[in-house]
Design a protein around this ligand. Structure first.
Ligand SMILES: Cc1ncc(COP(=O)(O)O)c(C=O)c1O
Length: 411
């Protein structure tokens, strides 16, 4: 293994965006939970597809055959990424669209008064998608609460929410607002025992921990490649028997085999090959005899770095007067994301100040609207700092100094 400093420099050398300078400062991207930067290899694969293999699928000529093969290869790559089978991998525009599509399809099979469970901790792409069935199908939505102090789901409340009418439990693997990692395997087990389906939103989890749909025991899981160094595209895992049997809205003459029957219209082929290249980029950072092993090794390495960065970040920010850090402590299961407020300042203003120092961080509610309401910061919003594979300890120090400067200039 290379020494840490050389290794991070090597990783960074793959990302042209890291050469950007803003107001005389090298840009430090802390907006990974909103979308990560993209390595050269991903863009090259996308260019190559568009220049040399571009076609629609399922026809008899070479570029169409190549497109079919590349898409199938990408399904195999994502099967390795999620520990699934290639015919359980569905591509789509993004997680929200895929989830709406699935909700609409599952909605065709529910009765008024059937129930679904969502959580307070989730991004609303895993809440409002299911809530749409309240109006459309008369589904009753029940809500698993979060504890605002610890930033954890109140898992002990789940059994009381489950009953014979529960059709689905929708839960997030990691919070994109405060970084909590939830025990989704336990949630999926309880859903299964109650005869309900489970849907896991792994969008914020996927860049930080290697997903294993088998170990999680979920029926469905969604993630988005643009959060883990790929292009803007979503990926849905669904258990084969479900993908084959659910009544998905589709065109009469579109393929009826799984997973094609779930994919509406022509896909972004260049994004599919780019997403697979992003998985291969991560795998290239690890060692092992096959892709899954290399991914496991790379993720374990990333996780160790994440832990170091989160400790510096959380401790550093907490030590600044007026800064309030939200979410789980460093000993809890969590990602390398810290959200905070500075006194009564709007998070937008703190973000703007940091931008002047070349520090790019996102602010607001990040579509996790219930989380910011429960934390009592809906008006001022959170400032969110997310570490990525290319984040350095030096950038974290710069960020902490930047917030310290903001506080001393706004006394
Ligand atoms: C946890 C989480 N879930 C869902 C989404 C929505 O993903 P998409 O933009 O692919 O629809 C996001 C996007 O930020 C997210 O962070």
């Amino acid at each position: 293994m290379q020494p840490q400093a050389n290794r991070i420099e090597d990783i960074r050398s793959h990302f042209p965006a890291l050469e950007r300078v803003h107001s005389g400062h090298p840009v430090a991207y802390f907006d990974g939970p909103g979308g990560t930067q993209v390595p050269r290899s991903v863009v090259e694969v996308m260019n190559d597809y568009l220049y040399n293999h571009n076609a629609n699928t399922h026809w008899g000529y070479p570029t169409s055959n190549e497109t079919d093969e590349l898409i199938q290869d990408a399904r195999v790559t994502f099967a390795d990424f999620l520990n699934a089978s290639s015919d359980e991998i569905v591509f789509g525009q993004n997680m929200s669209s895929l989830t709406f599509h699935l909700a609409r399809a599952l909605g065709r099979g529910v009765e008024p008064g059937d129930e679904m469970i969502v959580t307070e901790l989730d991004h609303h792409a895993n809440v409002d998608t299911w809530r749409s069935l309240e109006k459309e199908r008369g589904v009753t939505i029940r809500v698993l609460p979060m504890d605002a102090e610890s930033g954890q789901l109140e898992l002990a409340d789940l059994p009381a929410l489950l009953n014979k009418r529960t059709k689905l439990v929708a839960v997030g693997a990691a919070s994109n607002a405060i970084g909590t990692i939830s025990d989704v395997a336990a949630v999926c087990r309880q859903a299964r025992d109650a005869g309900a389906l489970s849907f896991v939103d792994a969008v914020h989890f996927a860049p930080h921990k290697l997903i294993d749909v088998d170990a999680i025991g979920c029926d469905f899981l969604a993630c988005s490649a643009y959060k883990f160094y790929g292009p803007h595209i979503g990926i849905l895992f669904g258990r084969r028997d479900l993908l084959e049997s659910i009544d998905f809205p589709k065109l009469r003459s579109a393929p009826d085999n799984s997973p094609d029957r779930v994919e509406t219209g022509t896909q972004s082929h260049e994004s599919i090959v780019g997403a697979a290249a992003a998985v291969d980029f991560i795998a290239s950072l690890g060692s092992g005899t096959n892709r899954r092993e290399r991914l496991a090794n790379a993720f374990s390495d990333m996780h160790s770095r994440d832990e170091e960065l989160i400790a510096t970040l959380r401790n550093g920010l907490s030590s600044i007067e007026g800064v309030r850090v939200y979410g789980p402590g460093i000993d809890a299961a969590r990602t390398s994301l810290v959200s905070f407020t500075v006194g009564d300042h709007l998070s937008k203003d703190v973000s703007k100040y940091l931008t002047g120092k070349g520090i790019f961080a996102s602010h607001g509610d990040f579509y996790a609207a219930t989380v910011v309401e429960r934390l009592g910061v809906a008006r001022q919003g959170l400032l969110r700092i997310g570490c990525s594979i290319y984040t350095t300890a030096g950038e974290v120090e710069r960020l902490i100094e930047g917030v310290r400067d903001f506080v001393s200039e706004h006394r």
